[in-house]
Write a protein that binds this ligand. Structure first.
Ligand SMILES: [Ca+2]
Ligand SMILES: [Ca+2]
Length: 103
């Protein structure tokens, strides 16, 4: 849904990955017809944490990350390697990072 009541407007896609911003350069009452050259489309990449095994993202890698990971792993909600599944590979990939330590 695009909101364009006046001099400018913007909207985000439902998944938050895209935004559109438009600027109306006409004088009020802004009886403007939407045109592509008055709009900018922004695409946002997913930002990955610098250390993915810092599971609770408190910038410290410690046993709490391990326990927090286990909690969501046993709830089948720890897709560590982002392949769409939570399985033993996620556990091993997490452990590999965990024992290697964060940079
Ligand atoms: Ca942590
Ligand atoms: Ca996985």
């Amino acid at each position: 849904m695009f909101f364009y009541p006046g001099a400018y407007g913007f909207a985000f896609s439902d998944n938050g990955r895209y935004a559109i911003a438009a600027l109306n350069t006409q004088e009020p009452p802004f009886n403007f017809t939407f045109q592509s050259d008055n709009a900018l489309l922004f695409a946002f990449d997913e930002v990955k944490p610098t250390c993915p095994c810092d599971w609770n993202q408190d910038t410290i890698l410690n046993s709490q990350d391990f326990f927090d990971f286990l909690t969501v792993f046993f709830a089948s909600n720890a897709d560590y390697n982002n392949d769409g599944l939570t399985n033993s590979q996620d556990f091993f990939d997490f452990l590999t990072c965990f024992f290697a330590g964060c940079p």
